[in-house]
Design a protein. Structure first.
Length: 617
């Protein structure tokens, strides 16, 4: 279709397949007979001083080009025309072109690779004219052309936002996402940051982008209330809705997926925190440990906790609600729609949508069975350590961990006593293997766009300074065998100043409980006995037979601080009753687990040398 100088076309490959995208948003090509299983991708062309064209899918949702570091609602490409009427599509800002693989005989589709340096047959594409096009695509094309009618810079974008009358501002501005400079983004961020009316307009004039519709106006409103010393308690901010499941896949590769995703990041960087340290975590059915874990870290100087939870069936929702009402924590319900990546969904929500976490200078990202172990002879609390390491420019710190071995408990009630009192022997590092090089992280939340459970994502455009706990740069140049370079692994193990103690094994009844209730990533509330096998048993037995000679000894002064914090929490009648309900729920559920183990004769399915695990309790 062509209107004046505006052309909208389908793209054909040399294999007689059409450019499209799959359900995951990856750019593919498919034969016409199976095209209904994909979303067609259009090429939008018009004259502009940058000589670029644009790819957009018929559903106007995110497209990703493999091996090209390009992912957005609209993707820029450079069209290089050949004498035979074909053309190459050059990846924007790279010296590579798109290459179409031959379609698979069964699926009738092939993938599009953005890393080719060849200019051969597989890299050739052809225009296929069409007469009927979705009205939404035509609207997008007109809006992109309007944006490119002048030079692209901060002034032109601010003017465009101010004068915008349409309803797809979030989509059309993605056309400049890979063109506009970091300096210009900072200027635009300053403009929106100080204008709630503009943030509200962005929200109302956008169609699908969560950062345009929700994150940016929430951030500006929170910031204004913070500046005027008003409390901000907008309730929807404390729900990571099930429909936000897509957040789990956003930013893990260090890429922004839209213009407003990127702008939101630049705006969050401008927040000046007024508090010191918080913890971000996700939990499911961890109620019996919550008060100890919170009291322990309060004693270490942690001021607040952002706790995401999903599908608790151990009565811990009542405990979390009480803690939240007392402002000990911020509790964010994280219901499940797509169980894969439930932790990533929470991290993405906390680091791109929830504004409150930005009020903290540092944020530890750890699990509820992980305890920060600080050298309290050298540092009074975690804040003194963080002040010490801040002598060097630091955005993120990689903290090595150590595994704590299990201990016997005389009766089931003993599992309610503090872990830090009953478990203090390390598992031998040699048994853990390269796992001892895994790290957990503490970072400045204003500087982070996303994180894994171990280390924040490294942005392609806004790099951060990562250090080890001794102050050296975290280079991660030497990954374990057969693994790619990964910041989740440190090259050097540093334990002198601070480590993370991982209470993974605890005790036999807790090991049984842990593996019967499913992990946080899986929302099923039914018992799961399928994992009670020889692998499960041998893993536990392994750490029993390889206990280290070294132990974790807590300094008496710190232990007194911990006991004082725990007493303070349990002195509250509501918290005490909620914890009692959690403990009652644990005992009742554990009794049912044992009945199920007997009913299905689980003990007969594991080797004799491991049967002791299921005998005592």
């Amino acid at each position: 279709m062509m209107v004046l100088d505006l052309k909208i076309s389908l793209i054909k490959t040399v294999h007689n397949t059409y450019l499209c995208k799959n359900l995951d948003g990856k750019l593919f090509s498919a034969e016409e007979k199976v095209l209904q299983d994909y979303k067609r991708v259009f090429l939008i062309e018009f004259k502009n001083e940058y000589n670029i064209s644009f790819l957009v899918s018929e559903d106007i949702k995110i497209i990703e080009i493999l091996c090209a570091d390009l992912k957005s609602f609209i993707l820029p490409v450079e069209k290089i025309i050949n004498n035979d009427g074909s053309f190459f599509l050059k990846v924007f800002r790279k010296n590579t072109v798109l290459m179409a693989t031959p379609p698979h005989p069964e699926s009738k589709s092939g993938f599009i690779d953005g890393s080719s340096t060849n200019y051969n047959e597989f890299e050739k594409f052809f225009i296929e004219r069409i007469d009927v096009i979705n009205d939404n695509i035509i609207t997008v094309a007109y809006e992109i052309r309007d944006i490119y009618s002048c030079e692209i810079n901060c002034d032109s974008i601010i003017k465009y936002i101010n004068n915008y009358k349409g309803l797809i501002l979030d989509v059309s501005l993605c056309s400049v996402q890979y063109l506009i400079s970091s300096d210009d983004m900072n200027v635009i961020a300053d403009f929106v940051y100080g204008r709630f009316d503009i943030a509200l307009k962005i929200s109302k004039k956008s169609s699908i982008d969560i950062w345009a519709k929700k994150a940016i106006p929430s951030l500006v409103k929170w910031k204004n209330n913070k500046d005027s010393h008003q409390e901000y308690t907008e309730k929807e901010n404390f729900l990571c809705d099930a429909d936000l499941y897509f957040l789990a896949d956003v930013g893990r590769d260090g890429l922004f997926v839209s213009f407003f995703h990127s702008l939101n990041f630049y705006m969050r960087k401008k927040i000046k925190p007024s508090e010191k340290t918080c913890i971000l975590t996700t939990v499911r059915n961890e109620g019996i440990y919550l008060l100890e874990w919170i009291a322990y870290h309060k004693a270490l100087g942690v001021e607040h906790f952002f706790i995401y939870s999903n599908d608790n069936d151990d009565s811990s929702d009542q405990l979390l609600e009480c803690l939240s009402a007392l402002d000990e924590i911020t509790w964010i319900e994280n219901p499940v729609k797509n169980p894969v990546g439930i932790q990533f969904k929470a991290y993405s929500h906390a680091l791109t949508i929830l504004p409150h976490i930005l009020d903290y200078k540092w944020c530890f990202l750890i699990d509820s069975d992980e305890f920060i172990s600080l050298n309290t002879r050298k540092f009074h609390d975690v804040n003194s350590f963080l002040n010490w390491i801040s002598y060097w420019a630091t955005d993120s710190i990689a903290i090595n961990w150590k595994f704590i071995a299990s201990e016997n408990v005389k009766n089931l009630q003993d599992v309610f006593s503090p872990l830090i009192e009953r478990n203090n022997t390390f598992v031998d590092d040699g048994v853990i293997g390269h796992g001892v090089r895994l790290v957990k992280s503490v970072f400045r939340p204003q500087m982070i766009m996303m994180s894994s459970a171990h280390h924040p994502a490294i942005s392609k455009t806004t790099p951060i300074v990562c250090r080890l706990t001794n102050g050296d740069i975290h280079d991660y140049k030497n990954p374990p065998p057969n693994l790619h370079r990964d910041p989740s692994f440190s090259d050097v193990i540093c334990t002198e100043n601070i480590v993370i103690n991982h209470y993974f094994f605890k005790s036999i009844p807790e090991w049984i409980w842990k593996y019967s209730r499913n992990g946080g990533a899986f929302a099923s509330t039914e018992f799961n006995l399928s994992r009670f096998d020889n692998d499960w048993a041998s893993y536990f037995n392994m750490q029993l037979n390889h206990r280290s000679a070294s132990t974790h000894n807590i300094e008496e002064k710190f232990f007194e601080r911990f006991k004082k914090e725990l007493f303070r929490l349990r002195r509250n009648e509501y918290l005490k009753n909620a914890e009692n309900n959690v403990q009652h729920s644990f005992l009742k559920r554990y009794e049912k687990i044992i009945m199920e183990i007997k009913k299905f004769k689980i003990k007969e399915k594991i080797d004799k040398k491991y049967k002791f695990i299921l005998e005592e309790f």
